[in-house]
Design a protein around this ligand. Structure first.
Ligand SMILES: [Zn+2]
Ligand SMILES: [Zn+2]
Length: 281
């Protein structure tokens, strides 16, 4: 794998522009509490439910199964996080688990903080799956026409959401609901790949640099308990010890009560003890 590849300018400019436009939020005329709460609500929907619950815990790792209509609604919400559609996201993430922190990992933390945070996205990157590799890594989604539709139209859907926000609440709703939301949520997701592979404690033996990081967990609804996650990838629950607060796990338990979430997987105490680095599991 070649290092320090050329910048992928369309991606770099798009991500840069989203950050720059988000700065308009400091203009007092563009602030309103309704836009602020809109941003929070859309962040929970698109990144909490969409990325963490759907793309990551359900679609990538099959830690739970969502009943059919909700499975697609949640994948639609994840697509609106503008991190690639479900097929691309899942294939890239499965590749991360297949070669964590070594050659072949799209965002291996062995190459440093900035690389694993966002440089991997803005440079041409051989480890990011191409179309044939997406079909191999995520055949379950690649062969699903609705998931493929979401994957191919993620930018169009984002633009449609932006137009809808404009008619709903003017420019203020667009700045907060799209640009501030995307900027903040990008960094919360990216910190899982960077900080949670560098800073924090390790509870379990894994062949990678994964760490449990409380502040990343707070910023990402529980995804920061990342050493637990690499140890038990199948687990719908990421925060395993009593103090490891994992809001998405609470959401999954709520969805299980109303029978929207099924086949929920968690590691047994014996599995945890087997991999534990200390007497506490
Ligand atoms: Zn994962
Ligand atoms: Zn990881």
């Amino acid at each position: 794998m070649a290092h320090a590849k050329k910048i992928n300018w369309p991606i770099a400019i798009s991500i840069g522009a989203i950050h720059v436009i988000a700065l308009a939020a400091v203009i007092p005329a563009l602030f309103s509490w309704s836009s602020f709460f809109l941003m929070i609500g859309l962040s929970i929907a698109t990144c909490g439910i969409g990325i963490s619950l759907s793309f990551h815990r359900s679609l990538t790792h099959r830690g739970l199964r969502l009943i059919k209509p909700f499975n697609y609604i949640a994948a639609f919400l994840g697509t609106l996080a503008l991190q690639g559609g479900p097929v691309t996201w899942v294939a890239t993430h499965r590749q991360h688990h297949a070669a964590t922190d070594k050659e072949g990992d799209p965002h291996g933390a062995d190459r440093g903080f900035f690389w694993s945070h966002c440089e991997w996205l803005i440079r041409n990157n051989d480890a990011v799956p191409n179309d044939a590799e997406r079909a191999r890594l995520a055949p379950d989604l690649y062969n699903d026409p609705i998931m493929m539709f979401l994957d191919k139209n993620s930018v169009l859907l984002q633009i449609a959401l932006g137009v809808g926000l404009y008619f709903f609440g003017g420019l203020s709703a667009v700045i907060w609901g799209t640009f501030v939301r995307l900027t903040v949520m990008y960094h919360s997701t990216w910190l899982v790949n960077s900080a949670s592979h560098m800073f924090g404690y390790r509870t379990y033996k894994t062949n990678d640099l994964s760490r449990n990081n409380w502040w990343v967990a707070l910023l990402s609804w529980g995804e920061g308990w990342h050493n637990n996650h690499h140890a038990f990838q199948f687990s719908a629950r990421h925060g395993l010890r009593w103090f490891e607060f994992d809001p998405i796990w609470l959401a999954i338990r709520g969805l299980a009560v109303v029978r929207i979430a099924r086949d929920i997987k968690v590691p047994s105490l014996e599995m945890r003890q087997r991999l534990s680095l200390s007497s506490r599991a």
